[in-house]
Design a protein around this ligand. Structure first.
Ligand SMILES: Nc1ncnc2c1ncn2[C@@H]1O[C@H](COP(=O)(O)OP(=O)(O)OP(=O)(O)O)[C@@H](O)[C@H]1O
Ligand SMILES: [Mg+2]
Length: 295
């Protein structure tokens, strides 16, 4: 069964198919993404978790058109991001995406307030409006008393919060966040996540947030787990543990679930009125049956 990508593209903010990324370093190749398939709904808040090196930041870079995948498709509002030329990639980043990276992206010579005002002025917003919004955003993340400080006069966590305000300044449709709470204490992390959550609710902003922290991940509607460049599983606030069946009929069953159900390398599939029953294959019985069939 071939899927109708156009239809799926209309129903979702982002559609990802067979996404692969291979980094080349001299003669060595690193396969960072091995064929991801998933969608992000409009206004959805998605968390991505996974061990270090599993491909999370690579995936965000592809979503933000900061780098090109080796193969596969990314649709944004039904249009291919992967086919954009440099100029259009830049426009996509500027007009649609708010980036929040752990390393920050602040202008060192500007105060917190001016850093947040800058993207709005660049986009042509009037001075008074930009000023008001910047102050409102900085206040939301608890930085009202620090707005006239420059990055070197602020702590790592404070700079992180300013960077979030910069990303939110132009009310982007999509926010891509990479470990933004990594260096923050629990209380500040909570404040930052609540800011993202209210952006998501109030403006229908779609958010893709990468994190190691399960408590941070839990702010999302859905948590996608990746491992070795593949989707390992998902947890949805409404449906619990879910997994995807890709276009080729492949399904990843998370290791924990496999262990609990006693599933080995081969399993027996049985369609029942309740759904698909997957049970361990008894290898001894299997081989005996094979022998009998041969005799
Ligand atoms: N520019 C690059 N050149 C070569 N290899 C790279 C490059 N960027 C990432 N990789 C490799 O790709 C794999 C995935 O990296 P990625 O940064 O996406 O992981 P991650 O899930 O974000 O990890 P972490 O949680 O540590 O940030 C890793 O093996 C990494 O070494
Ligand atoms: Mg990373």
């Amino acid at each position: 069964m071939t899927e109708n990508l156009e239809e799926i593209g209309q129903e979702n903010k982002i559609v990802i198919r067979d996404l692969m990324k291979v980094y080349k370093r001299g003669f060595k190749e690193v396969i960072a993404l091995r064929g991801l398939d998933f969608e992000v709904g409009t206004g959805e808040f998605l968390s991505i978790v996974g061990p270090s090196g599993s491909g999370k930041s690579t995936l965000l870079k592809m979503l933000g058109a900061l780098d090109k995948p080796t193969a596969g498709t990314i649709l944004y509002d039904g249009h291919s991001v992967t086919l954009l030329d440099d100029k259009r990639s830049m426009l996509y980043r500027r007009q649609k995406v708010g980036f929040v990276w752990q390393t920050g992206n602040l202008v060192p010579g500007l105060t917190a307030l001016k850093n947040v005002i800058l993207p709005m002025r660049l986009a042509g917003a009037p001075k008074a409006d930009s000023d008001k919004r910047a102050k409102m955003l900085l206040e939301t993340v608890g930085l009202a008393p620090r707005i006239n400080h420059k990055p070197h006069q602020l702590s790592g966590g404070e700079n992180q919060r300013v960077a979030i305000c910069v990303a939110l300044a132009n009310k982007p449709e999509l926010i891509l966040a990479d470990e933004v709470t990594g260096e923050l204490d629990t209380e500040t992390a909570q404040m930052v996540m609540e800011t993202l959550r209210s952006m998501n609710k109030d403006f229908d902003t779609t958010i893709v947030n990468v994190t190691h922290n399960p408590r941070v991940a839990a702010y999302a509607d859905r948590v996608l787990r990746i491992r070795d460049g593949l989707i390992e599983g998902q947890k949805h606030t409404l449906y619990g543990d879910i997994t995807e069946i890709d276009a080729k009929g492949r399904m990843v069953i998370p290791e924990t679930v496999r262990r609990l159900a006693g599933l080995g390398k081969r399993v027996v599939l049985k369609a029942t009125s309740e759904g698909l029953l997957i049970s361990p294959l008894n290898m001894e019985e299997f081989e005996n049956n094979n022998k009998e069939a041969r005799n």
